[in-house]
Structure formats: structure tokens, C-alpha cells
Design a protein around this ligand. Structure first.
Ligand SMILES: *Cc1c(COP(=O)(O)O)cnc(C)c1O
Length: 393
């Protein structure tokens, strides 16, 4: 969450005062309106507001029909949920390298495709757009689905199109740490009616409360009850009106930082597959060596400078994903995707050093989470501090 205020408080109060908190009612219909407004903004036919980005990823995978016997290619640098969502539907995550932009490396994805590959999950990590043209071309060639994980990229773009609208489905998060938020929340988008209906059934309790679910042609099946409520819908509708201004503000700050650091020889600003579509929420720069990266991170930490060496970002690096690395896929062995008979023979060998390119990049790349409404003085101070640390390398 980057901005919140009186408007959200009033919108939430209106719902509470109406007493209509359930997402299907004849009153305010905040969820229904948000879903329509979000689909319009992102540029898809359908959208579902639900309880989390993880729930959005899982519902989208269910919508795409991914399950036991399927491999899903996921980058080795992303929040763990991108990979654990695959386990949640009984499929196996196959890990791929990232490229210099910190997003999934299409060349490595191509190498990891087998006749079991059902889906690729490109992750627009830190709001950095993935190489979507190349991903879509590869997916088309091999007849596999693309599910965009846009959980860190609410509102970002690739070549003028909103992230999440390019693949077969897209997942967003409205968790507290994401660009727009209602504390916890998420959304699935798609243009595919079948994917939408299946995701809608799964996100409900297998009995689809939506009044229009009577028009569904997909048969009902078990659901997880990931439904949203009217307070969430009301807050998200206000947050949505703030989204493009937040992005414009962040991008302005990022452009000033990039300009100010252009002559700093010790670092390279990481490249982008589309700097125009970049969210502006993160600045990434790279050192020549891991030693320099580690030394910079140490100095920054000592002075309380707000940033991190990517290698230190915990559950965002594959070797820290215990459920995957150690095959601890479920609470019960019989449900563990790694033990399911349908999955035997799939790619499920993991090791800490299996993605050397990713390891090299995360050890040399430093990220700064940018905030809204930075003054020129604050931006200059950040530039000066980075240069000061660089001078000591
Ligand atoms: C936050 C995040 C998720 C999960 O979203 P939640 O709303 O926290 O469940 C998934 N993927 C990525 C890349 C994320 O950053």
C-alpha cells in the first residue's frame, strides 16, 4: 500500500452502515463493481476479487486445468507463493533461471520445456515487466499456457498492455505490501470464459453464490472459499482510482535516481524489457562482483539505508523454499505432489546450486523499494549516499 486516506475510510463506513457486508447483495455491490472496473482497467473480459494473490494464482491454475502429471515452469527468483501455488494444485514446479532484468530467462525456459510442461508462470517481480513477446511466442510454439504473476505489478505495462492481460490468465495481489491494497486481497483476470468459470467456482465454496453463476456451463466441483467481502471491494475501488497516479509518481522518482546515478562507474542500473511499462516501485542496480555487492549491503545496513542485496531477500530465492527444495509439498504424505503416482518421472530434482546464473545475479544486484512523494532533496540524498558507499568499495 502506497497511499490511503479519508476516501477509503468513508467507502468502508458506507458499507458498514448499510449492513450489507456479503459480496452478493442487492445493495452496494462493491465487489461486483470493482471486478468490472478492474477488468476494464487491466483490459480483460473477466476479473474475480478474492482473498489473496496466492489464492488468485491457485484459482487461475485450477481454471487452466493444471494438476497432477503437469510441470509448471517458475523463475528461481520470486516470492515462494508463485511456486507453492503449483504444489497446491498437485503439479510440480520446475525452476528456471532469471535474466539480467531479474525476470524469467526465456532461453532457460525453452531448455526446461518437456512434453509434461503445461504452463509457464512469468513473474513481473518488483514491477519489472517480463519479456512477454518471447514468452508468448514460446508458449504458442509448444502449446502451453501462460499465467502471469503480476502480484508485485498491479497496473504495470508491457508494450502498452497492462501486465496480467497478456497471458491466458493473470494474478494480482492486494496484500499490504503491494502497490494498491486492502490489507490482504487478490484478483484473477482472464479473457477465457472457461478459465473464468472454473476459477470462479474454485474461489467460491463449490456452489457459486454469484447470482450469474446460473449461466455457467462448467460443472461445479470442490471450492476453497476464497471469497472477498463488500468492505474489501469498497476499499479497492478507491485504491484503484489512485493506482495510475501512484505509478506515475514512483516512475518519476525512479527516473531521477537513474539520471543521478548514470555517471557512477561502480554500478549498472539493471536493464528492463520495457522501462515505459515498469511500475517504478523498485530500483535495481548491479555490481561487477559479489564481493562488492556484499560490501555495499553491509555499509548500507550499518547506516540504516533502506535497500537489500537480492540474495538476502529470504523466501524470494529458490534455495529457501523448503516445501519445494525438500519435497515437503503437503501436510499429509498421500497428498504430497512429490509422492503422487501421476508425478513420478517429472522433473523434481532440486539443489541449492541448480541455477548458477540466478545465483550470480542475486549476489550482485541491490534493490531499493521506492516510496511515493519523495522530495528532490530526499532523492538527491539517496543518490549521494549510494555514491558515498560506492566510493568506499
Ligand atoms: C505477494 C506475492 C504473491 C502472493 O500474494 P499474497 O496476496 O501475499 O498471497 C505471489 N507472488 C508474488 C510475486 C508476490 O510478490
Amino acid at each position: 500500500m502506497y497511499r490511503i486516506g479519508k476516501e477509503e475510510a468513508e467507502a468502508a463506513a458506507r458499507v458498514i452502515e448499510s449492513g450489507q457486508l456479503f459480496f452478493v447483495n442487492d445493495g452496494f455491490q462493491e465487489v461486483k463493481n470493482f471486478e468490472r472496473e478492474w477488468a476494464e482497467k487491466i483490459g480483460t473480459e473477466y476479473s474475480i476479487l478474492l482473498t489473496s494473490g496466492t489464492g488468485a494464482l491457485i484459482s487461475a491454475l485450477v481454471g487452466l486445468g493444471v494438476g497432477p502429471g503437469d510441470e509448471v515452469i517458475v523463475p528461481g527468483y520470486t516470492f515462494m507463493a508463485s511456486a507453492s501455488a503449483v504444489l497446491a494444485v498437485g503439479a510440480i514446479p520446475v525452476l528456471a533461471e532469471i535474466d539480467e532484468t531479474m525476470t524469467i530467462d526465456v532461453k532457460d525456459v525453452e531448455k526446461k520445456i518437456t512434453d509434461k510442461t503445461k504452463c509457464i508462470i512469468p513473474v513481473h517481480i518488483c514491477g519489472f515487466p517480463c519479456n512477454m513477446d518471447a514468452i508468448m511466442e514460446l508458449a504458442k510454439k509448444h502449446n502451453i499456457f501462460v499465467l502471469e504473476d503480476a502480484c508485485q505489478a498491479d497496473g504495470g505495462k508491457y508494450k502498452g498492455r497492462r501486465l496480467g492481460s497478456i497471458g491466458n490468465a493473470g494474478a494480482f495481489s492486494f496484500n499490504y505490501f503491494k502497490l494498491i491494497s486492502c490489507g490482504e486481497g487478490g484478483a484473477v483476470v482472464t479473457n477465457d470464459r472457461k478459465v473464468y468459470e472454473r476459477a470462479a467456482i474454485y474461489h467460491d465454496s463449490g456452489c457459486a453464490f454469484r447470482p450469474y453463476s446460473g449461466e455457467f456451463s462448467e460443472p461445479f466441483f470442490m471450492g476453497m472459499q476464497l471469497r472477498s467481502n463488500e468492505v474489501m471491494g469498497a476499499i479497492m475501488r478507491v485504491q484503484l482510482t489512485r493506482m495510475d497516479d501512484i505509478i506515475a509518481n514512483l516512475k518519476e522518482t525512479k527516473a531521477k535516481l537513474i539520471a543521478g546515478l548514470a555517471d557512477e562507474k561502480k554500478i549498472t542500473i539493471i536493464p528492463s524489457h520495457d522501462i515505459e511499462g515498469d511500475l517504478g516501485s523498485n530500483l535495481g542496480f548491479r555490481f561487477a562482483t559479489a564481493e562488492e555487492g556484499a560490501k555495499f549491503a553491509e555499509m548500507a545496513k550499518a547506516e540504516g539505508f533502506d535497500g537489500y542485496l537480492v540474495a538476502n531477500s529470504g523466501k524470494h530465492i529458490y534455495y529457501n523454499w523448503d516445501p519445494i527444495m525438500k519435497h515437503l509439498g503437503a501436510h499429509c504424505e498421500a497428498l504430497n505432489p512429490y509422492k503422487l503416482p501421476e508425478n513420478q518421472g517429472l522433473c523434481m530434482e532440486y539443489s541449492d546450486d541448480m541455477l548458477p546464473k540466478t545465483l550470480d545475479l542475486v549476489n550482485r544486484t541491490y534493490h531499493i523499494n521506492l516510496k511515493c512523494d519523495r522530495s528532490d532533496e530526499e532523492i538527491q540524498k539517496m543518490i549521494d549516499t549510494i555514491k558515498k558507499f560506492c566510493a568506499q568499495l
